[in-house]
Write a protein that binds this ligand. Structure first.
Ligand code: FES
Ligand SMILES: [Fe+2]
Length: 373
C-alpha cells in the first residue's frame, strides 16, 4: 500500500451533517462537510489524548468537528480552534493540530490525497473526460466491498485471460479450440499504463441490450489501464461509434485484506434512465463471478518476487502494473505494514500531510515507510 495518491474516502451523499470515520491504508481518517459545503479529510486521532474524531460531531457555527472526549474542536485545515478546558477566549497550544489532506470531490465521490507531496509533484486525481459530456450517461456511483487485496483486484480488472473462464457471457468457457489471447498493446502514461486488447467475444444478449446489440460473435476491443496503484479503467467498445461502456474503479484499500471499490459506469448507448438498474445488475453479476475466484487466491498479497508465480504473455499488463508499483517503491511511498502491525497497540501514526513540509510541531509520528533499496 502506498501513500501519496488520491484515494476515495466516501460517497458525496454520505457526507451530510455528521462526521464519517473511515479506515484507508490501515489508518483512520475522519471526513466532514463544513457549512459552505466543502468536504474535509483529517487524520482521525485527536492529539490531546487520542480521541476518535470520527465519533465526535460537527460544529456547524465554527466549521469544525469536536472530539467526543474533551470537546477540542478542529477546523478543516486540521488546526485546533478551541480547547474547552482552558476557558473562553484561550489560545490552543501550538502543537494542537492534526493532519489535513487535500480533497477533491467529483463523480459523487470524495477523494483525498493521502500524502505530503507538494501540489506540483502529485499524481493527478483521475479525470473521466466524458463524465458530463453530451451523449454519455453515468450510473449513480456504487460501492462494492471485497475481502481481498486491492492490488490483486486491480490485476484482475486488467487481466485479459480470465474472461474466457470466469465470465460465461464474455467468453466461450474454453469451448472453442482456437482460443488464444491476442497480444496486448501497452502504452506508458505519467502514473501508470494504458492497454488495448482485442477479444474474440460471443454475441450480446438481445433481451438485455436490445436490437442494436452485436448479434454475431466477433472482435471486441477493450481499452483500459491503471492510474496510480488504485484506479482501474475498462472501456468496452462493442461497436465502432456507440455501444461503449466505460468503467472506472476507484479502489479504497481499507487495509491489505479488505477493499471498497467505488464504481463509476458510463455508457454512450442504452441512454434510457430505466436501463441504469439493468446495467448495474449485470455488472454486479459479473463482479461476483470475479469475487468468487479472487477471494480464494493465495497468497493474499501479491508475492514480492516474480519468480513465485509464472507470468506469461497474456499476463503482460499485470507485469507492467507490478513494475509500476516497483517505481512507487523506489520513490519511498510504500507503507511498512509489518512495523505498523507490530506497533498497532502502542503507537498512533498519521500519514504526513503537505503541511508537514513547511510546519514543525507535529504530535503523531509519521507512518513507517519502507526505505527504497
Ligand atoms: S482526546 Fe480529544 S479532546 Fe481530549
Ligand atoms: Fe472479471
Amino acid at each position: 500500500m502506498y501513500i501519496n495518491f488520491w484515494y476515495p474516502v466516501c460517497l458525496s451523499k454520505e457526507l451530510e451533517d455528521k462526521p464519517i470515520k473511515q479506515k484507508i491504508l490501515g489508518m483512520e481518517f475522519v471526513a466532514f462537510r463544513d457549512q459552505e459545503g466543502h468536504a474535509h479529510c483529517l487524520s482521525n486521532t485527536c492529539v490531546h489524548r487520542g480521541g476518535s474524531l470520527g465519533n465526535g460531531k460537527c460544529i456547524p457555527e465554527n466549521n469544525a468537528i469536536a472530539c467526543p472526549y474533551h470537546g477540542w474542536q478542529y477546523g478543516g485545515d486540521g488546526k485546533c480552534l478551541t480547547v474547552p478546558s482552558l476557558g473562553p477566549g484561550s489560545k490552543p497550544p501550538a502543537r494542537a493540530k492534526v493532519d489535513s489532506y487535500p480533497v477533491s470531490e467529483k463523480y459523487g465521490i470524495v477523494f483525498a490525497f493521502l500524502g505530503d507531496l507538494p501540489e506540483n509533484e502529485r499524481c493527478d486525481a483521475y479525470e473521466i473526460e466524458e463524465f458530463e459530456a453530451d451523449g454519455w450517461r453515468a450510473n449513480e456511483v456504487i460501492t462494492i466491498d471485497i475481502d481481498y487485496n486491492y492490488e490483486r483486484s486491480v490485476e484482475n480488472g486488467l487481466d485479459p485471460a480470465h474472461n474466457e473462464f470466469v465470465h460465461p457471457t464474455h467468453g466461450f468457457e474454453a469451448a472453442k479450440n482456437d482460443y488464444k489471447v491476442n497480444p496486448t498493446q501497452i502504452t506508458d502514461t505519467a502514473w501508470g499504463a494504458n492497454f488495448a486488447q482485442v477479444f474474440d467475444a460471443p454475441p450480446l444478449d438481445a433481451d438485455t441490450y436490445g436490437e442494436s446489440a452485436r448479434k454475431e460473435s466477433g472482435n471486441l476491443t477493450v481499452y483500459g489501464g491503471y492510474h496510480g496503484p488504485n484506479t482501474l479503467i475498462t472501456q468496452i467498445h462493442t461497436q465502432k461509434e456507440t455501444g461503449w461502456f466505460h468503467q472506472y474503479f476507484f479502489e479504497q484499500p481499507i487495509d491489505e485484506f479488505q477493499t471498497r471499490i467505488y464504481f463509476v459506469n458510463m455508457r454512450n448507448w442504452l441512454m434510457d434512465e430505466a436501463m441504469d438498474e439493468t446495467i448495474m445488475e449485470r455488472n454486479l453479476i459479473i463482479a461476483h463471478q470475479d469475487i468468487d475466484v479472487m477471494k480464494n487466491l493465495r497468497p493474499f498479497v501479491t508475492p514480492a518476487s516474480m519468480t513465485k508465480e509464472i507470468l506469461l504473455p497474456a499476463d503482460a499488463i499485470i507485469g507492467k502494473y507490478r513494475s509500476t508499483l516497483k517505481e512507487f517503491d523506489k520513490k519511498g511511498f510504500k507503507i511498512d505494514v509489518r512495523t505498523l502491525k507490530n506497533q498497532e497497540h502502542h503507537t498512533a501514526y498519521a500519514i504526513p500531510s503537505p503541511a508537514r513540509r513547511t510546519e514543525k510541531n507535529w504530535v503523531l509520528d509519521p507512518i513507517p515507510l519502507l526505505t527504497p533499496d
